[in-house]
Design a protein around this ligand. Structure first.
Ligand SMILES: CC(=O)SCCNC(=O)CCNC(=O)[C@H](O)C(C)(C)COP(=O)(O)OP(=O)(O)OC[C@H]1O[C@@H](n2cnc3c(N)ncnc32)[C@H](O)[C@@H]1OP(=O)(O)O
Ligand SMILES: O=C([O-])CC(=O)C(=O)O
Length: 378
């Protein structure tokens, strides 16, 4: 019996699958709010810890709440010996995102309350991840450089402590601030692919660590978070500002995607880019060396060329990728830096999904072979 083929929404483009009270992206006005607050105001005036609290609790913390939150985060930073030894045994050929994914999976295996879906225990687990993931990322980068890990310093704020664990020193306040701005901007972005992944896993009533492990897998891909790393590889491949336009023409002719450009939701520019670009410009001015000036010129030349040839704007990964390079991080660590921030958004969504859960299970339009008899085996 002939039936009308259902409308297919490949990639779920334009499909509204649920409500959320955590953040909203309004492409028409180029705005993004977390719990109602414009992200540019949060980036300018609030710390990443305050933004994490806002995403999880729905309101910014008062002084006492922030002091308590900070104290808890600082106490949770160290890794236990078993975790540290397990991570140190992973092959150095694996990507730092694989290390992070394994770490979260292992935290889940170690946590006896893993299957407890209560919001309070979800928040405790979320804070544990917020506190411990930077320790994992820093130790992994140092191991790959042949260096011993540096223990977290409870006297330092979240961003400062991360630099301390990576490099044994805290850089100029402008550098720390630029990093903190990137953490605030990366924290949350509605139903992006990795957050949606976390919500799909949660919708089966699976545990928080499983959802975050899956989300890390989704973020790793170069069409999503992996693009910040890919931006740096691309800039290195181009090498010279004078080559940007010709490189782009060749890349487009070969149907390559230009990393750090385009967006599923924003078609006229990513609301976060001007803030991140301004922070990046400060880093460039601070460095004031010919190598940095040249990289910044190449970055600007490619941005102009992409806009000119394709009318496509950069997304957050474009300025963030170069900023992370200038801060001294190794390129494969860029997407783990994104995870350190986005874990706040993922876990806020996990809590929200559990509060109004419906199993996420879409339909598909079948286009395989007609029903046929199974042939006798040979
Ligand atoms: C934090 C984040 O996750 S932001 C996203 C990070 N990802 C990237 O930077 C990777 C590069 N960008 C892309 O691949 C895409 O822009 C995506 C995946 C982010 C969004 O893609 P979609 O919404 O599915 O748009 P789609 O890929 O269909 O692009 C529409 C058109 O613009 C073109 N286009 C979009 N982005 C790019 C790009 N970066 N380079 C070249 N062309 C592009 C497509 O080729 C397509 O052209 P066509 O209509 O002639 O075929
Ligand atoms: O929203 C998206 O599709 C991707 C993105 O920018 C993000 O996750 O920050």
């Amino acid at each position: 019996m002939p039936t009308t083929a259902p409308e297919v929404h490949r990639g779920l483009a334009g499909v509204v699958v649920d409500t959320t009270g955590i953040s909203t992206v309004i492409p028409e006005t180029n705005s993004l709010t977390y719990r109602g607050y414009p992200v540019q105001d949060l980036a300018a005036h609030r710390s990443f810890e305050e933004v994490a609290y806002l995403l999880w609790h729905g309101e910014l913390p008062d002084g006492a709440q922030l002091r308590e939150f900070r104290a808890r985060e600082r106490a949770l930073r160290p890794l236990d010996r078993t975790t540290a030894e397990l991570l140190a045994k992973l092959p150095e050929t694996c990507h730092p995102m694989d290390v992070l994914r394994t770490a979260v999976s292992f935290f889940g295996a170690e946590d006896p309350t893993e299957d407890d879906g209560r919001p309070a225990s979800g928040l405790a687990k979320s804070l544990t991840l917020l506190a411990k993931l930077p320790t994992v990322v820093a130790a992994d980068q140092r191991r790959r450089r042949g260096l011993a890990p540096i223990a977290p310093d409870p006297d330092l704020g979240h961003a400062e402590n991360f630099f301390h664990m990576c490099f044994g020193a805290v850089p100029a306040p402008e550098v720390v601030r630029c990093f903190e701005v990137s953490l605030v901007l990366y924290a949350e972005h509605s139903f992006n692919a990795s957050t949606f992944t976390a919500r799909v896993v949660t919708s089966t009533l699976s545990d928080l660590y499983s959802a975050v492990t899956a989300a890390i897998g989704a973020l790793k891909g170069p069409l999503h978070g992996g693009a910040n790393e890919a931006v740096m590889h691309m800039l290195e491949e181009i090498g010279d500002p004078a080559r940007a336009a010709d490189w782009l023409d060749d890349a487009l002719a070969a149907k390559r995607k230009v990393m750090g450009f385009g967006h599923r939701v924003y078609k006229h520019g990513d609301s976060r880019v001007p803030i991140m670009q301004a922070a990046l410009d400060e880093l460039v001015a601070l460095a004031a060396d010919p190598g940095t000036t040249r990289l910044a010129a190449l970055h600007a030349a490619l941005r102009e060329a992409v806009l000119d040839r394709k009318g496509i704007h950069p997304n957050l990964d474009y300025p963030a990728g170069l900023a992370y390079h200038l801060m001294g991080f190794d390129t494969p660590v860029f997407t783990p830096l994104f995870v350190m921030s986005r874990v706040t958004g993922w876990t806020a969504h996990i809590t929200e999904q559990l509060a109004h859960n419906a199993l996420i299970r879409p339909l598909a339009s079948y286009d395989g072979p007609e029903q046929r008899p199974v042939p006798a085996s040979a």
